[in-house]
Design a protein around this ligand. Structure first.
Ligand code: GTR
Length: 414
């Protein structure tokens, strides 16, 4: 059944820069009670926790408890994958609680020329088998969104979707650059539907509870939680350099990567690809997708408390630059696409710019000015940004920049 707290919502997106409302940007280095944060110690003791708490209670929702991996199992592996370049592993991560079971499968490719590989970790939208044309990749049998061109009907994946997203994953490029890739089908943690009876949420319900409380996790926080559990596994996989795991995500999964990076400091770097509203973009600009629109179209993504900012962005005590600042001093890459106006490229850029003061507190370089770089001219510092030509997607160009930035900022082998 469905929870219908979405009302009818009249919406025409604004794409006119001159109609962006005037607003004040909250200084990330002034605490909610007005104190100036002058050093990293105060940031870590006072400001970072209060911001984290704000986003947890009012935007993404808190995780109501703890649940450890019950067991993991390597269900398939081959040291000679991708013409001998890579070691492929498929690992089931299993959770058991009160008679309930949930598992997700991590597909990994690790470069054979590295002992412990740095790694990109990210969710996929269409199943692990969609990221690479490799017949050995298992096809998830969990819920899938129907998609005729990918051969997905009756909410089931088929052979037809094998490799369909390979251009957005660039597995060979990643391996050739000395990185591993770990990917998970996001629907295995929580199917992307407006309901809360399946996926991981029910594992935390008390008797009779049917949905999370107003300040508890929506789907994005649940997916972010899954990334942290994947990290628990990676930390004890001796083929991986767990100190160099970069969490990556596109669009709703970019929002997820940002929240995972903010909540789990084990992630050594974070990539937001076209994450837009509720991700890297400033909500107060109300350009393209807005808080009200996203909460109405996807009522299950955020904590219910986030609804109080529908058509009321000005009430936000901190905007999404505060989320980006939570990732400091770890390297952060925010990427936009010129035609992806729905995600507000300028809003994504400005959030990275306004988060920069926190990086500077740590002596790191972020975005030096309010001037956006030209299209296809990446700005690569600890906080990196690019806007490329084209639309809402992940491309080879995007991956080339992420690898270059990871070389310089995370792995330091350039
Ligand atoms: C859109 C949504 C965006 C973005 C996108 C996606 O429909 O409005 O916030 O998340 O979906 O995930 O592809």
């Amino acid at each position: 059944f469905h929870f219908c707290y979405a009302q009818q919502f009249e919406f025409t997106p604004n794409y006119d820069e001159s109609k962006v409302p005037q607003f004040k940007i909250t200084n990330p280095l002034i605490s909610f009670n007005g104190r100036k944060i002058k050093n990293t110690k105060r940031w870590e003791k006072v400001r970072r926790p209060e911001l984290l708490n704000f986003f947890a209670n009012n935007v993404y929702g808190k995780v109501p408890g703890e649940l450890e991996i019950s067991k993991w199992e390597v269900v398939e592996e081959n040291a000679n994958a991708l013409n001998g370049k890579a070691h492929r592993k498929q690992v089931d991560i299993v959770f058991n609680k009160d008679g309930k079971t949930l598992f997700f499968n991590i597909l990994m490719y690790l470069p054979n020329n590295k002992e412990k590989a740095p790694l990109f970790l990210g969710y996929n939208f269409y199943g692990n088998h969609a990221v690479c044309q490799d017949v050995k990749i298992r096809i998830p049998d969990t819920w899938a969104r129907n998609n005729e061109s990918y051969g997905i009907s009756n909410n089931q994946f088929t052979e037809k979707s094998r490799g369909v997203r390979k251009d957005s994953w660039q597995v060979e490029k990643i391996i050739d650059s000395g990185y591993g890739l770990a990917t998970i089908y996001y629907g295995e943690i929580d199917p992307d539907n407006n309901d809360f009876y399946n996926g991981i949420h029910p594992f935390f319900y008390v008797d009779g509870q049917q949905r999370p409380a107003a300040n508890e996790w929506g789907a994005i926080a649940a997916w972010a939680w899954g990334l942290s559990r994947a990290m628990d596994y990676l930390e004890q996989d001796s083929d991986v350099d767990a100190t160099k795991v970069i969490v990556f995500g596109h669009s709703r999964l970019g929002k997820t990567a940002l929240w995972a990076g903010a909540t789990d400091e084990r992630f050594a770097g974070v990539i937001s690809n076209n994450s837009g509203c509720g991700g890297a973009a400033l909500s107060k600009r109300q350009y393209g997708e807005t808080v009200g629109r996203i909460n109405n179209a996807f009522p299950h993504w955020f904590a219910r408390n986030f609804i109080s900012y529908n058509k009321n962005e000005k009430a936000l005590p901190i905007d999404q630059h505060g989320l980006l600042a939570l990732i400091a001093p770890r390297p952060l890459y925010v990427a936009s696409a010129e035609d992806d106006r729905w995600a507000d490229p300028r809003g994504e850029f400005l959030a990275a710019y306004y988060a920069t003061s926190v990086y500077e507190l740590y002596g790191k370089k972020g975005i030096p000015s309010e001037e956006m770089p030209q299209v296809n001219q990446p700005l690569i510092n600890t906080v990196a940004y690019h806007i490329r030509t084209g639309g809402h997607d992940v491309t080879a160009f995007d991956w080339e920049q992420y690898i270059k930035w990871a070389d310089e900022q995370v792995v330091k082998n350039f």
